[in-house]
Design a protein around this ligand. Structure first.
Ligand SMILES: NC(=O)C1=CN([C@@H]2O[C@H](COP(=O)(O)OP(=O)(O)OC[C@H]3O[C@@H](n4cnc5c(N)ncnc54)[C@H](O)[C@@H]3O)[C@@H](O)[C@H]2O)C=CC1
Ligand SMILES: O=C(CO)COP(=O)(O)O
Length: 296
């Protein structure tokens, strides 16, 4: 039994605390105190050797700057996203605070709502330090099947990009464009994220496996996904503000779309679906944008 601290008591942090708590002593903290079991202060959590950080990608940079004190902790990053304002990946953001050998990134198809019901789930733990991935893998209960990989970049790109494709898939569904269109969007999305990942040295295996295809199929085909629901809102002509208010939770695909747009311009990359999603988030009529994109 190990002591593990979870930082961030949103949907995913809470579900991971539940899962890891099956066979370990788990503590949880968040910026607003909560009446949940084993809730402790951030100061207490930071003293633990193993930490799971479930703070969204858009907030993590300022959170680390304001709160984090490195004390040789081993970190498992649970967020999926690229920073909108800078286009930085999570592994870049963490770099000044945590050495590579102390950090791992979680990926794979995993709705928190199902993990919290102990439904069978498969996850990938990605780290340059194989011993660390193997160690984190031992913390998960039997209903979670764990795999390990050293392809940090592949996991990061896939986990972040699939949220953008899920927004597009939600729009496709909301506009009633049909299953043929949805399948073409999802498969073209997989190719797009893979091509993008290769620019950063990501490996093919992450895209054809759980981190890529697995998480993309899950998120881009279900109203359980917040990002998919953002797409449904766009199809209904709602504003971004309205959609986020109704959602009341994080939808990383929005920030990631802005990040991808920035990266595409800087590096002169062709990211057709991400570019269409960007235009629609910026107010372009989805009836014109997505329909044209999916037709000749
Ligand atoms: N919910 C899910 O099924 C899954 C979520 N994820 C990822 O996990 C991350 C977190 O998502 P959820 O927990 O679902 O979102 P959520 O919207 O349920 O919760 C977000 C949490 O982050 C905290 N937070 C936000 N800004 C903060 C700040 N500046 N400082 C400290 N804490 C802050 C909030 O208090 C809240 O507890 C996202 O990157 C998401 O993509 C990954 C896999 C599954
Ligand atoms: O990453 C997820 C499942 O693997 C959760 O997706 P949403 O954030 O779109 O709900």
């Amino acid at each position: 039994m190990s002591k593990i601290g979870v930082i961030g008591a949103g949907k995913w942090g809470s579900a991971l605390a539940f899962a890891l708590g099956q066979e370990n002593e788990v503590y949880i903290t968040s910026r607003t105190p909560r009446d949940v079991e084993n809730f402790v202060s951030l100061e207490e959590i930071l003293k633990l050797e193993y930490l799971v950080i479930a703070i969204p990608a858009q907030q993590i940079s300022s959170w680390l700057e304001d709160n984090f004190v490195f004390n040789n902790q081993k970190i498992l990053v649970a967020a999926k996203g690229i920073e909108a304002t800078t286009g930085r990946f999570l592994n870049d953001i963490y770099k000044p605070y945590v050495p590579d050998e102390n950090i791992a990134f979680l990926s794979g198809p995993s709705f928190a709502a199902e993990v919290i019901k102990s439904l069978p789930t498969a996850l990938v733990i990605n780290s340059h330090n194989e011993n660390l991935s193997a160690k984190f893998a031992t913390f998960f209960p039997p209903f979670i099947k764990t795999y390990t990989s050293t392809d940090v970049m592949g996991a990061e790109v896939a986990g972040a990009y699939k949220n953008v494709i899920a927004i597009a898939a939600g729009i496709c569904e909301g506009l009633g464009l049909g299953k043929n269109a949805a399948a073409s969007l999802i498969s073209r999305g997989l190719v797009e994220m893979q091509r993008f990942g290769y620019v950063y040295g990501a490996k093919e295996e992450s895209f054809v496996g759980l981190s890529g295809a697995g998480d993309l199929f899950l998120t881009a085909s279900s109203t359980m996904s917040r990002n998919f629901r953002v797409g449904l809102g766009i199809a209904q002509g709602k504003s971004q503000k309205e959609i986020l208010k109704e959602l009341g939770e994080v939808a990383e695909g929005i920030g990631t779309t802005y990040a991808l747009n920035k990266i595409a311009k800087n590096k002169d990359l062709y990211l057709p679906i991400a570019t269409e999603v960007y235009k629609m988030l910026e107010g372009e009529d989805p009836h014109i944008s997505l329909k044209n994109f999916l037709s000749n």
